[in-house]
Design a binder for this molecule. Sequence first.
Ligand SMILES: [Zn+2]
Length: 225
Amino acid sequence: MKMDRATDLRPQTQSLASRYSGKTVVAIGAHPDDLEIGIGGTLAKLRRDGARVVMVVASIPKDFDVRFEEAKRGAEILGCEMRLLLDGGARRLEDVKTCDLVGMLDGVIKEYRPAAVLTHSNADFHNDHLLIYNACLPTQRLAHFDFFSYHPTNCRPVPVQFHPRAYVDVSDTIDAKMHAIAAHASQFGGRGLDTEMYREFAHMQGRMVGVPYAEGLDVNRMLLS
Ligand SMILES: [Zn+2]
């Protein structure tokens, strides 16, 4: 049997999207814009391929109304649902006890029963991001979801020690990612910051795996059957 070369090299059954089609994926970020920057392309792809994708924004530290609207718009562009974890106005993560934060994230896991959870990594340098990563770790005891971390997210690039173990081809969704990042105007356009570095970074990640654009993930836990 003659096989198409591209099909031979990239079987659809091993794609991230087909793995989670018809299932729920929960993505957790400390602030509005973290998820768009870290895995906007991945989330849009998962949604387009039939997963239910819930973007959990843990906190809005200030400028609540503006940033809440930006978060809703960013999720809408990616086709995902958005949920705010610390509701009731502007709140800072460091004011919440770790046990309470774990309890809230436990609630998210119990409610959505996700097939996969994606969150910050321990390579991040922002303390809020580390708080979320550390609070997500114990939720693994509740269910056997796949668990991934995304590249440290920031508005201005700094050196970090992050080593992806898996890459998601986001060539079809890079424009949605860029559009969703731009929705956070208070963080970028409003401060004179350019978002083009995220496209360049995805392009560089793509070069690692032979596709136009990619997002790298660290694999904390994943079941291969
Ligand atoms: Zn953040």
